[in-house]
Design a protein around this ligand. Structure first.
Ligand code: AHR
Length: 545
């Protein structure tokens, strides 16, 4: 394997005799690709919350992942793993969803507050181990405070009454001396209210969250949200939304809400959407385990097929948005993609006992980057998105076990992309030849380059994915209405598409900056010609003249 720096250099100059299957997976006849950033076509402000996270009481997410306990010899702050806190601050993690997922609808928040020694042990929804309740609302909110994030709590609609929902709100948000629950929180050492703004009303209520019909769930949603104490907070209720292409859920829910009282539409802040990619096609089916693709053992066709499945996110957002418009003409309600990411079959975990843990590779870094790029092109539609999940589960940013810790390639992408948070998204047009590949005897194709751009003052950030396994893609980058004065590049890539980080090799995949004075970062006539290396995520930070 060649050295990373050398790989970037050789690929970018076109001199690399790349080892991967160049002939079998060719792109259209090479021609100059173009990326045009349209300064006068702003799409909206990119909500920082599109970079949100998700932590569930599932497998190794909370215990061992986040919570190591105050007496642990593992570096921690108030019992929470310090490595995670440090990196989350670095990536400006804006919001964290908790405690589920499916776990949420069997969780009694009261089990997780009060003196630690008195908290009950309970069966966990996921069934792999019992729930000690040592980590509950106080510890989660403390984690959010340390990480610099806002909490997003998901309430139990399936197995607790509405009163327990508003009492949880009261426990979190009541001033210390105003109610018994406020006093209880203060007695636990949290005199200041938690100011929890985001509240999910159930999770996957069409399935593990109660098996409701959309109409039945609308009735529950009304019951849960008709009266909730505010304590001066701008409470934002997020309804449990559809998975994938289930437009009937979106339509059925909103139709029932609007039928009873069209004004109630305004009581809804967000509508959830879950979309996992299973690396299907090639005869695989969405079975619980064996049907999915493998996180580590995949070929070039699986690589492109995962991206094709991921690209569907773009049309899902548009299609659900269109259905929402049937009932919410002014688009008061925004979409909240509160679970997304690739979900592979078991077998690749760094800690084999951790349920739903998988090892993210370079492929998942590109996947995550293209998903964030998609989100950024819909800033007016999306209020939040939460990658599933933060640590030791599915598309993790971190893997941890006891005193082992590493940042995955996905974690590095969140770091690179944090520069977009709060900036103005700009329409960006990519003109580039498609990649063609042979999908088991049939011609298949995928786009050659894509990404997104955002502007803050005179600083423009352009993020780009080159999915080609072996070919660099040279592109002329221009900003319509301005000239590029200078450029800095940060690149995440590897000559091995299976590259991943592990406890033994923590740094196999990471992002590197290309020297600002290097030849290929010199704009000419206000435009920049840049060669995007194969299988890469690139961030170009452009200073406009
Ligand atoms: O993220 C794992 C699970 O996937 C969540 O608990 C559930 O909401 C979804 O089905």
């Amino acid at each position: 394997m060649i050295d990373r720096r050398e790989f970037i250099r050789q690929s970018a100059t076109g001199a690399g005799a790349l080892v991967l299957a160049r002939k079998a997976f060719a792109s259209d006849t090479p021609s100059v690709s173009r990326i045009e950033i349209l300064l006068n076509e702003p799409l909206g402000t990119i909500s920082p919350n599109l970079y949100g996270h998700f932590t569930e009481h599932l497998g190794g997410v909370i215990y061992d992942g986040l919570w190591v306990g105050q007496d642990s010899k593992i570096a921690n702050i108030d019992g929470i793993r310090k490595d995670v806190i440090d990196h989350m601050r670095k990536i400006k993690a804006p919001v964290i969803r908790y405690p589920g997922g499916c776990f949420a609808d069997s969780y009694d928040w009261r089990d997780g507050v009060g003196p630690a020694g008195k908290r009950p042990r309970r069966a966990n929804f996921w069934g792999d181990k019992s729930e000690s309740n040592q980590f509950g609302t106080n510890e989660f909110v403390r984690f959010c405070q340390l990480a610099g994030s806002q909490p997003y709590l998901a309430a139990n609609v399936r197995s607790l009454p509405a009163a327990e929902f508003y009492r949880w709100v009261e426990y979190c948000n009541a001033p210390a001396n105003s109610t018994t629950l406020g006093e209880m929180r203060a007695a636990a050492g949290y005199a200041d209210p938690f100011h929890v703004r985001y509240w999910g009303v159930g999770n996957e209520s069409w399935g593990c969250g109660g098996n409701f019909t959309a109409q039945e769930y609308a009735v529950e949603f009304r019951r849960f949200t008709t009266w909730v104490p505010r304590f001066g907070e701008d409470l934002s209720f997020i309804a449990s939304g559809a998975s994938d292409f289930n437009y009937d859920w979106t339509r059925g829910f909103l139709e029932e809400i609007a039928r009873k009282d069209p004004g109630q539409i305004n009581a809804i802040y967000g509508l959830g959407l879950h979309y996992y990619t299973w690396n299907l096609s090639r005869g695989r089916t969405k079975d619980w385990d064996a049907g999915k693709g493998d996180a580590l053992k995949f070929d070039v066709v699986d690589w492109y097929e995962l991206f094709r499945e991921g690209q569907v996110m773009d049309s899902l957002i548009d299609a659900h948005w269109k259905v929402m418009a049937e009932f919410d003409h002014d688009h008061h309600i925004k979409l909240v993609v509160d679970e997304w990411g690739p979900w592979y079959r078991p077998g690749s975990a760094q800690t084999p006992d951790d349920l739903l843990e998988q090892t993210p590779t370079l492929r998942d870094a590109l996947f995550s980057a293209m998903t964030l790029d998609i989100f950024q092109q819909h800033p007016e539609k999306l209020a939040m998105a939460n990658c599933a999940q933060l640590i030791n589960c599915l598309n993790s940013l971190y893997l941890a076990h006891e005193d082992n810790f590493c940042i995955t390639p996905v974690g590095h992408v969140f770091d690179m992309y944090s520069a977009h948070q709060g900036a103005q998204a700009l329409r960006t047009v990519f003109s580039t030849p498609d990649i063609h590949y042979d999908r088991d005897g049939k011609d298949a194709s995928f786009w050659g380059l894509k990404g997104s751009a955002s502007l803050r003052g005179k600083d423009l950030v352009l993020t780009v994915v080159n999915p080609h396994v072996s070919e660099s893609r040279e592109a002329e980058v221009g900003v319509r209405g301005a000239k590029i004065d200078s450029a800095i590049a940060t690149v995440l890539c590897s000559s091995d598409i299976h590259a991943h980080n592990s406890f033994a090799q923590k740094n196999a995949v990471h992002a590197e900056s290309v020297r600002a004075d290097s030849k290929e970062l010199k704009p000419s006539g206000g435009r920049l010609t840049y060669s995007f290396v194969p299988a890469s995520v690139t961030k170009l930070t452009l200073r406009l003249a």
